[in-house]
Write a protein that binds this ligand. Sequence first.
Ligand code: SGN
Ligand code: CA
Length: 519
Amino acid sequence: MNSKIFKAISCSMIGAAVLPIVSCREKVEDKKMNILFIMCDDHSYQTISAYDNRFISTPNIDRIAADGVTFANSFVANSLSGPSRACMLTGKHSHTNGFTDNTRRFDSSQQTFPKLLRANGYETAVIGKWHLVSEPTGFDHWDILIGQGDYYNPQFISNGKRVQRKGYATNITTDIAIGWLDSIRNKEKPFCLLLHHKAPHRTWMPDTCDLELFAGKNFPLPETFRDNYEGRQAAAAQQMSISRDMDLVYDLKLADKENEIHSNATLEKWGRAMYANMDSAQKAAWDAHYDKVIADFKSRGLSGEALDEWKYNQYMRDYLRVITSIDRNVGRVLDYLQEKGLDKNTLVVYTSDQGFYMGEHGWFDKRFMYEESFRTPLLMRLPGGAKGRVDELVQNIDYAPTFLELAGVEVPQDIQGVSLLPLLKGKKEIKGRDALYYHFFEYPAEHMVKRHNGVRTDRYKLIHFYNDIDTWELYDLANDPSELNNLYGKPGTEELTKQMKEKLAELQRMYGEEAYIAD
Ligand code: SGN
Ligand code: CA
């Protein structure tokens, strides 16, 4: 067995892993390009060293960047899991594909890129987080986590059958993916594999072998950590603050044996249930780490700003541990491709379902059209393709047409995204893309981010918060990248406001959302 693969598996403590069998290199000459689409859940670009090396080194994810394209201006259409996945599968905005928020059920009878690829000779699979409620369609093989999925000993639905697997979700998902690549798929056909990790979604539970990483390390507080949200009503009304809404027992794992630390009753119960779901070896490793953290926390007697900073650092440590596991597992898949010679004819994509706040504005979570959550990491390695940074504005509705064009499948007229293939082949621009449209619908709901839509150009952003509020925000991103200074209504911005409103209305007409055009 390949030593790198073996190392990762022993780290994961998996009992019944689907182990790859060493077989000969595949003949690749005559086949169409394969597609490996790796997506994590809530992976911030701030924690990928190809984008930002302040917090962590991600050498394996960076391999994709080193031999491919780093999209420096990559965005989502609706910063939430289910909606993002639906946008990617269909190449259409949320209102068009019908999955506007996480309470929806995906209409699985509609056109998706996996269906079109499959109809055109591809072998297709989705493995890991799905989160669209209805069963996957358009796949030869599917093995998905139930709902959000659990980090430890998660339940999957494997081609319709429920199965619980022992171990840590990121390792298991990778094992299943390598197993499918190696011994299940039809090797006569090109493949399209959607490898979708649950990690690093809340509650950022690390693998047992990563628990001691970053222990005791403190991180610089983001400049906007103590934002007062002046001039931004919707930002002031959210419930995703590290200080107020991040839970000690649930999010920060302070479920002490003495039962002295109490937080939100429901979240506390969930926090203790997460622990109860582990086996005895996992619990022992967990206790060996968190019992020390709990004792230290109790001895400090923190409150006020000192408590907020402790929470921020503890959040960062766990989140980065989870990223370490993702990076290691991305490395396993890349090694596998290389070992089999498949790296020569596989487009490798790495992305997230949206961006995430690492304490900016005092927050965790996403949803807002502000930069940290509107953006999403996007790396693509096309064999023989371009390398380096691409600055063009791109959005997750663009993935479907990109994959279809790469596969030589005609892109249907009703797809709203634009193929990125020219950018992957070295062109600097894609036709007709000078602004992006965004629409977030999930309100009232958890974290209480108001409904809003908006437009972003390469320099300016206009947002309209509506429903039980009617406020506008306008930002000059060149002068105010942290979006602290809402220019809307300020003298001298009349012409810019008019132009941005016109642009927003133009996009709403273009994408069929005229009903939301506001004054
Ligand atoms: C869960 C989380 C939220 C998160 C949503 C959506 N709460 O409900 O913090 O915003 O998922 O995330 S939790 O208490 O269940 O952890 S998404 O990425 O799946 O859209
Ligand atoms: Ca997500």
